[in-house]
Design a protein around this ligand. Structure first.
Ligand SMILES: Cc1cc2nc3c(=O)[nH]c(=O)nc-3n(C[C@H](O)[C@H](O)[C@H](O)COP(=O)(O)OP(=O)(O)OC[C@H]3O[C@@H](n4cnc5c(N)ncnc54)[C@H](O)[C@@H]3O)c2cc1C
Length: 475
């Protein structure tokens, strides 16, 4: 039996009475979970173990009506609000101490219209849910590298994935959305209705309301693509990065790659002799015809003598899930990012120095190759405006037990600082592991930021939705 005890809160947040919670329970179809309930600890857990918070109320919404009710409730009770889709926020935005979590995780339906090449995903769907449905028709859109990531948070922040250079960011393919705004209205965003809202949702994060569904334009992909990972010894890192950098200057748009400076995990397909050793992995997906793909990846195979060439024809869905076992929930994580215009040799030296200096083996550096379709979208067409820089650096501090985590996060911040000068100083909100106005402003050019404030003023003037990379309303 769930408890009906009053939701205990800290001094800074209002206490919600038993009768009020009872009313909420009576008006939602999903579940209302409180401290003391048997499923409370499961329900409050998020992917990143660094954020161990105790919400006063968790509403697991089963549809738009529940979301409307939860927003009304949060607003009337003055509770801090966290919105949760796939629960992968690195900064911990999808949980809140003593507030309300609007949890969309039961809302996972994905419907596909193969003729129109469109899919509509509910706000709590993950990329595993999405790819499962769309690949039944040989269709896809740019999704996360780890399939448990939420479609919602990923797309609203931008969305960098294996189809980026061929089909753009996930947000570039967002053509419509249903949004419950701070005043509990249901608003549709599309090119025809509230286009300012659609513009803001394409990169402006969760600032404008709870997105109950997202509609995407789809593209033919696979079902088999050429993809996988090439593993090189750590000692070849300089050759691999500089050789890869040269290849990126003329790569076809069908080919999306990234370089990962990491530590070899103890997986059976890697020789035991390299387990626990520094290793460079080059991740590869070619989204075009298989006969062209082999030629396109040939240069990557000879960057150095590989430990293992694990690139070949693979179902797109399997590629989307290939990294999942390495990124299970429950570790401590902090990401920070820098958008880079170039990787001159001295930047490569700095990257390598920083890599050798990492305090924890699980911490790693990813350099995503951007450009292609992403760069062909106009700078002011979406809230995601950093379009033309060719690389996105993601610095990942990761610790299984959290023991040296302060050291790890400092290492990550210092690494970002050491490299940010090779680009416009910009960050990518989805790879930013903390809030703060400086971080948000660093993620958008000044004119984009000003326009986002205007949209925020229109849809959330009281900043009800502030647990995010927050765009503060002007009032
Ligand atoms: C293991 C892992 C792999 C990742 N891989 C990639 C990658 O390949 N490419 C990339 O670009 N990013 C990647 N990320 C970053 C990821 O895109 C962001 O963390 C994103 O915010 C996660 O979305 P979510 O729905 O899972 O998270 P949540 O924690 O549920 O949500 C994060 C925030 O997004 C907003 N939000 C989420 N859903 C909604 C909604 N329906 N309506 C309104 N607001 C919403 C809210 O502000 C919420 O606080 C990865 C993160 C992790 C942990």
């Amino acid at each position: 039996m769930p408890t009906t005890a009053p939701a205990t809160t800290t001094a800074s947040a209002p206490v919600v009475g038993e009768a009020t919670v009872g009313e909420l329970r009576g008006t939602v179809r999903g579940s209302v979970i409180l401290p003391g309930d048997a499923d409370y600890d499961d329900a409050r857990a998020v992917w990143n173990a660094s954020h161990d918070k105790r919400p006063a109320i968790i509403v697991r919404c089963s549809g738009t009506a529940d979301v409307i009710r939860a927003v009304e409730f949060a607003s009337s009770q003055g509770l801090p609000v966290a919105v949760r889709g796939g629960a992968h926020s690195i900064a911990g935005f999808s949980t809140v101490e003593a507030g309300i979590v609007i949890d969309l995780s039961p809302m996972k339906a994905v419907t596909v219209d193969p003729g129109a090449r469109r899919a509509v995903a509910q706000g709590g769907a993950t990329w595993a849910d999405f790819d499962h449905e769309t690949q039944a028709f040989g269709l896809a859109v740019t999704g996360g590298l780890v399939s448990s990531t939420g479609v919602g948070g990923f797309t609203l922040g931008g969305g960098v994935g294996w189809l980026l250079r061929r089909h753009g960011l996930a947000c570039d393919n967002l053509v419509g959305a249903e949004v419950v705004t701070a005043d509990s209205r249901v608003v549709r965003a599309s090119a025809e209705e509230n286009p300012d809202l659609l513009w803001a949702l394409r990169g402006g994060g969760g600032n404008f309301g709870v997105v109950t569904s997202l509609e995407f334009a789809l593209h033919p992909v696979g079902p088999t693509v050429l993809g996988g990972l090439l593993f090189f010894p750590g000692s070849a890192a300089r050759d691999v990065i500089t050789g890869w950098r040269e290849l990126t200057r003329s790569m076809p748009d069908d080919l999306t790659t990234l370089v990962n400076l990491t530590t070899a995990p103890p997986v059976p397909f890697l020789p035991e002799s390299v387990h626990g050793q520094p290793i460079v992995a080059v991740g590869v997906v070619h989204a075009g015809p298989l006969d062209a793909a082999e030629d396109a990846v040939a240069g990557l195979r000879t960057l150095a003598d590989p430990i293992l060439d694990h690139v070949g024809p693979v179902p797109y869905v399997a590629m989307q899930q290939a990294l999942d076992p390495l990124w299970e929930a429950g570790a401590h994580n902090y990401f920070t990012s820098a958008i880079l215009d170039d990787l001159p040799d001295e930047a490569v030296d700095t990257l390598l120095d920083r890599w050798w200096a990492k305090p924890t083996p699980q911490s790693e550096l990813h350099i995503h190759h951007a450009g292609g379709a992403m760069a062909r979208v106009g700078r002011s067409d979406t809230a995601f405006a950093q379009r033309t820089s060719p690389y996105i650096l993601n610095v990942i501090a990761r610790s299984i037990d959290g023991e040296k985590f302060t050291e790890d996060t400092e290492w990550a911040r210092d690494t970002r600082e050491a490299l940010a000068g090779y680009g416009p100083g910009a960050m990518y909100v989805n790879f930013t592991g903390e809030g703060g106005e400086d971080k948000v402003r660093a993620s958008y050019p000044a004119d984009t930021y000003a326009k986002l404030v205007g949209v925020k003023d229109r849809y959330d003037p009281t900043n009800l939705f502030r647990l995010n990379q927050n765009i503060r309303p002007s009032a």
